[in-house]
Write a protein that binds this ligand. Sequence first.
Ligand code: B12
Ligand code: SF4
Length: 527
Amino acid sequence: MINSILYVWLPARKIYPIGPTYLADFIHARHPEIRQRLLDLSLIPAGERRAALDAALDELKPGLVCFSWRDIQIFAPHEGDPSLKYAFNFYYSPNPVKKLTASIKGLGYLWRYYRNIQDCLSFPWQVRRRRPEAKLMIGGGAFGVFADQLIGRLPPGTVGVLGEGEEAVLKTVEGKPLQDERIVCVDRGEIRHGAKGAYLPLDSFELDLPYLESIFPQHAAYHGEFIGIQTKRGCPYDCSFCEYPYLEGKKVRYRPPAAVVGELGQFYRRWGARRFWFTDAQFFTGKESFPQCIDIMERIIAEGLKIEWSGYIRTSLITPQLADLMVRSGLGDLEVSITSGSQAVINSLHMGFSLEKLYDGCRYLKEAGFKGKLILNYSLNSPGDSEAGLMESVASYKKIAAIMGEGQVFPMLFFLGVQPHTDFERRLLEEGYLYQGYNPLSLNPLAISRMLYNPKPLSGLIAKACIAAWDKAAWREAADRGTSVAQLYADESMFAGVVEQSGKAALINLEGLLKERIRSETAGPAR
Ligand code: B12
Ligand code: SF4
């Protein structure tokens, strides 16, 4: 039997480490005698992380070290990430100076990405050297996505877990075999995968916050931040690009609303938390989820918790009753993955919703008095898209802006990111766009450009519309700030301001370019 566990949150952009908090709580409820500690490396300057990990190992002398790896992402496929700007300028800008700057900046990104993966991989090796007797486990979203690429680079004997990890950690602690667990490990040079038996029932768990505080000395760093709370696991839909059903499973498992709101209330009262994110793959997983969601929102209202919350929401499922409860319980800004204004594209991605229903959902939110931002995510140039489809996307933005009011709607351009274990990846392999055995963590710029799905013939047009929109917004913002455009573009936090203003302009530019193209085609060749 193991009597002490160290959880290590591998460095990522600062975000509340919900995964390991749930694991630690689960173990504590069953084995209160086990000493535990959570170390968040994101909160520690890079040069001091090694020493902090050594100190935690020496103090706790853990029998098990659980690494939680949340994100690995390079060249995120959306406008909010400056790396897309560099990728676009590098691949599409007609301006050689911009191309050169973008390639230098792009190299900087590659270097950071490479360093971050190397760093994260180095911590388990550090533990192996300092405490060879400790067992090593690893899990978390990033590990789940890239397990096959990562497991062979970890110390021999490390047990990886895909998806929920509570029972796998419990069995390890109790010295039980890991059958029925979704583990991944290297056995005699081969990668082996286990399969999960029954999922963990979620009916008996409510986080014990005072206990968490006692094992997580850095917790105060999250008091003013968004706190993640999970209300359910699993998503039954089939959106072809999405990884979430692979990670969480398709069967939906619910937590009792009293436990969800009880947990939320603890953060509210003890940490003064006011902003929450329901970390579910999908908050409304279908009509079957309505009773739970309604109960959660009604309890938030009844308990007088004045919060702002958000989460992934299928807007097409929103009814007038849900909209009313959402707004009254504190719905904050909402990101809506409309993806395309073309129903044919949505169908080809198996997204399983109708645009008309999505517009209805927006209408109900407006009628309920929703005042937050509605961020509309468009994945232009998805499979099946066309010039006509792009025009439909512009039209859909205008329609939603007319419903909600232009000042409330912020379109953002995303490109479909190719992710392992998705139908989209399978389709691209079949079509020869990707080759079997390709490396999703590749550092090759050509491979990276393939992972930001924006194929010809529409790619150039879309890139042109985006670059022009960013440039225009950048000039305006630079003038407001009294800085140079170059400085604005070089500073990533400043670039975020450009993005906020430019999604709409990119769509409108696109409309202009398409209309121009249609005009010149109908005018025929000049004589
Ligand atoms: C909700 C969510 C968000 C919310 C988070 C809100 C918040 N404040 O918490 C928002 C929208 C802000 C967000 C943002 C991003 N996200 Co996100 N997000 C998710 C999502 C849907 C759920 C994550 C979550 O918190 N789950 C609930 C907790 C309880 O589960 P968990 O952390 O996975 O932990 C469980 C298991 O993983 C496991 N486990 C965890 N650690 C360990 C350790 C051991 C040893 C073991 C055995 C098990 C184990 O057990 C835990 C309990 O069961 C996942 C996809 C998914 N369905 O999992 C993506 C996901 C984690 N996100 C991802 C990414 C990339 C991002 C972004 C970087 C995207 C971007 N480019 O901007 C950002 C930035 C995040 C940051 N660091 O700031 C990726 C990570 C993989 C990757 N490609 O790198 C995921 C997997 C989605 C994907 N694309 O596939 N995200
Ligand atoms: S995109 Fe949302 S609804 Fe679709 S499968 Fe993924 S989590 Fe489910």
